[in-house]
Design a protein around this ligand. Structure first.
Ligand code: BEZ
Length: 221
């Protein structure tokens, strides 16, 4: 059975390029991203891991730890990271899990036999500090992931975790957000001092909560 949003991300112990880790202990109380790639020494995967390495500061800024996985053995990972540094201009700066017995891949349903019987698909799991799965993505081997989108959705998850809001289509950090349906207009006015614009009773837009200081009297509604 696959994993669903809100499930606790399964814990495991595994060998990685940064030593043996216990997953939940390694996550601590941070956000986490676990992502799989089909195989070492392959072109799309090489570009993906280089891209993630270049985003290190972006993930750190979002209190997020990143970890990769493929079913190749640790010696293969160790040898491949040299190619990534050479071709992508950035050394891998996060652990990559070696999962030759496919234990972790099976726990996370990363092998999807109708796509490929032995290699993992390109899975992404975003995990909250409560260890619950907040987002899953699945890409096929032939399509590299858009890590700008993964950062964008991480921003949206962290914002909606912190404030009673939802994010509209194509939202980016700093743009207006939607007041949560569960909030009455009166509660929304208290919670969002800049007020809100009601296009419909169920569609109320307010500036990014990070720009609003509770208790201020400014209002646009
Ligand atoms: C790649 O990363 O380029 C790749 C991996 C497995 C199958 C096809 C492409």
């Amino acid at each position: 059975m696959g994993l669903h949003l809100g499930d606790i991300a399964p814990d495991f112990t595994a060998e990685t390029t940064e030593g043996t880790i216990r997953f939940h202990q390694w996550l601590g109380d941070h956000w986490g991203i676990l992502f799989s790639h089909p195989a070492d020494f392959t072109p799309v995967c090489t570009t993906e891991l280089g891209t993630v390495a270049k985003l290190r500061e972006e993930f750190q800024r979002r209190d997020t730890k990143v970890i990769g996985l493929s079913v190749d053995p640790i010696e293969s990972h160790r040898s491949w990271v040299g190619d990534i540094a050479e071709t992508q201009g950035e050394a891998v700066n996060f652990p990559i899990i070696a999962d030759p017995d496919r234990r972790v891949a099976q726990l996370y349903d990363m092998i999807q036999p109708n796509a490929n019987a032995t290699q993992t698909v390109r899975s992404v799991f975003i995990i909250g500090p409560d260890k619950k799965i907040k987002l899953t993505l699945t890409y096929p081997a032939s399509v590299g992931r858009n890590f700008a989108e993964i950062i964008r959705v991480l921003d949206a998850l962290q914002l909606t975790d912190r404030y009673p809001v939802a994010t509209p289509a194509n939202w980016v950090e700093g743009a207006d957000v939607i007041v949560a349906l569960g909030l009455s207009d009166e509660e929304a006015r208290k919670r969002f001092p800049k007020g809100f614009k009601a296009l419909k009773p169920y569609l109320r837009l307010t500036p990014s909560p990070q720009t609003q200081v509770e208790g201020s009297t400014a209002s646009r509604s």
